[in-house]
Design a protein around this ligand. Structure first.
Ligand code: DUC
Ligand code: ZN
Ligand code: ZN
Length: 478
């Protein structure tokens, strides 16, 4: 078994930072040591196979992106990253675990949907991966089989209050699924937007000739995110189900989450980099020489980017500081402009929904440390430690401690990262939603279960390095 010593760095956890060396044996962290420690008279640096010099750098647990959609069939096409390309891009950005969404569509058996996802991912991933289960058809069959997901290491499922005719669950279906959640400990994840109302608003806008991407953001009004978030919280309260609301973008939805948490409810919220940095006015309303007003299609995702004038972005950062929001995932769902987003030329309703960010989450959130939005420790907590705890991986993932998987990132606060095509961009997309973003830091070395998979921007891993990880029940409940 190969041994590695990461020496000279500052180990950062969710609760503090300290200069320390980290010793890895095979796939596992075996010791966190005082700097330069001579264990029983042995010069460790001489004895190990590999020394990683982390002098002047942060040593952090590998990022966990708990919300990705590799190869998702959606909007008449498929998300453009495969498990191979998407996880390799994730590795470049310091993410060493993803949790992707296996899909059951209406009329399909849950376990068939799960098996199909295993087939897509197995042998193709650069980093470890787990699955949540999308339940697109809550019926007697799926309700009966849901408890057995726990034995499969799938301890969370996602329902949609949006997308009627695709993934949508009505309130009666939500109630029944949440009853299973309460009985089993499976965590209910919710896409909280009132889809039926949004679809009527979208049709009315289209009839008025308001067909540009900007109107995607108008149709998906914050009122319908707040309303759905409230409704989900109340059904969760009634049933006792733990609830995790995905991709929160409206400040009013955060208020709903905060109120429920103040009542002691097991209610959690995730936001994404796009809701922290991007906006309705600047991105959905953008125009370019190449695409005209259709430029905004690059940022069509749901929930949508919200108006900066209304203060949503500020509220998301605030929620992350106060723990009204607990995590940052990407909702990575990439589509190219050519052949994919352009399906919606002339009708924003036909633009495949999704933004690609899996590669940039660690950097974008680190920039929040640089600008003073969050602390260094909160960065680690939001991007690694809490995702591990929330989704039953903690101890193995999300922390640098003896016995944990050696998923480690050496991050250089004196480095620099320029994001965009021809700069830093490994996702399978013909554009970057983050073109031109400059980060005052750099992912130097990425170690996945003991193997250096990225060093100095070079990919040293191979497809199939990543393994499926079975997850336990949430370790974050109150
Ligand atoms: N939102 C997106 O933007 N893409 C995939 C699914 C979703 O809910
Ligand atoms: Zn969603
Ligand atoms: Zn999603």
């Amino acid at each position: 078994m190969a041994t590695t010593l990461i020496t000279g760095g500052t180990v950062v956890s969710a609760t503090g930072r300290a200069p320390a060396d980290v010793l890895v044996d095979g796939e596992t962290i075996v010791a966190v040591l005082a700097p330069g420690s001579q264990l029983l008279g042995t010069d460790l640096a001489r004895g190990v196979d590999t020394v990683v010099d982390a002098t002047g750098k942060y040593v952090i647990p590998g990022g966990i992106d708990a919300h990705t959609h590799m190869e998702l069939p959606f909007g008449g096409t498929n998300a453009s990253d495969t498990f191979e390309t998407g996880t390799r891009a994730a590795a470049h950005g310091g993410t060493t675990t993803i949790i992707d969404f296996a899909v059951q569509t209406y009329g399909q058996k849950v376990m068939d949907g799960l098996a199909a996802w295993h087939e897509k991912a197995a042998g193709n991933c650069a980093i470890d991966y787990g699955f949540h289960q999308i339940i697109g058809g809550v019926d007697a069959d799926s309700l009966a089989v849901m408890p057995s997901l726990v034995d499969e290491g799938i301890t969370s499922f996602k329902l949609f209050m949006a997308y009627p005719g695709v993934f949508y669950s009505d309130d009666a279906q939500i109630l029944k699924a949440m009853q299973v959640s309460a009985d089993t400990g499976l965590l209910t994840m919710m896409h909280a937007e009132n889809g039926p109302v949004i679809d009527v608003l979208a049709a009315q806008l289209a009839e008025e000739g308001k067909t540009d991407p900007y109107f995607h953001g108008i149709a998906r009004a914050w009122e319908m995110e707040e309303e759905a978030t409230h409704r989900a919280i109340m059904i969760a309260r009634l049933t006792g189900a733990p609830l995790y609301v995905v991709h929160v973008s409206a400040k009013q939805a955060v208020e709903q989450l905060a109120a429920a948490r103040d009542r002691g409810q097991n209610v959690f919220g995730e936001t994404c980099p796009q809701y922290l940095y991007l906006s309705l006015e600047e991105q959905l309303g953008a125009s370019s020489e190449e695409w005209g007003a259709f430029e905004g299609a690059k940022w069509v995702c749901s929930t949508p980017l919200r108006a900066r004038a209304e203060g949503h972005q500020h509220a998301m950062w605030q929620g992350l500081r106060t723990n009204d929001l607990q995590m940052v995932s990407t909702d990575h769902c990439p589509f190219c402009m050519k052949g994919q987003k352009e399906l919606g030329l002339g009708d924003f309703r036909k633009i495949p929904n999704g933004i690609g960010s899996v590669e940039h989450r660690m950097d974008l959130m680190y920039q929040g440390v640089v600008t003073g939005e969050i602390t260094l420790e909160r960065w680690v907590e939001l991007t690694s430690t809490t995702p591990a705890r929330m989704f039953g991986l903690y101890g193995k993932k999300g922390v640098i401690q003896p016995g944990a998987d050696a998923d480690i990132v050496v991050y250089d606060p004196n480095g620099h990262t320029s994001i965009g095509l021809g700069k830093t961009h490994h996702m399978n997309m013909d554009h970057s939603a983050w073109e031109g973003y400059e980060i005052d830091g750099h992912v130097d070395t990425v170690i996945s279960r003991g193997k250096v998979v990225v060093d100095d921007n070079q990919y040293l891993g191979a497809k199939g390095d990543g393994r499926f990880v079975k997850r336990g029940l949430s370790q974050y409940l109150v």
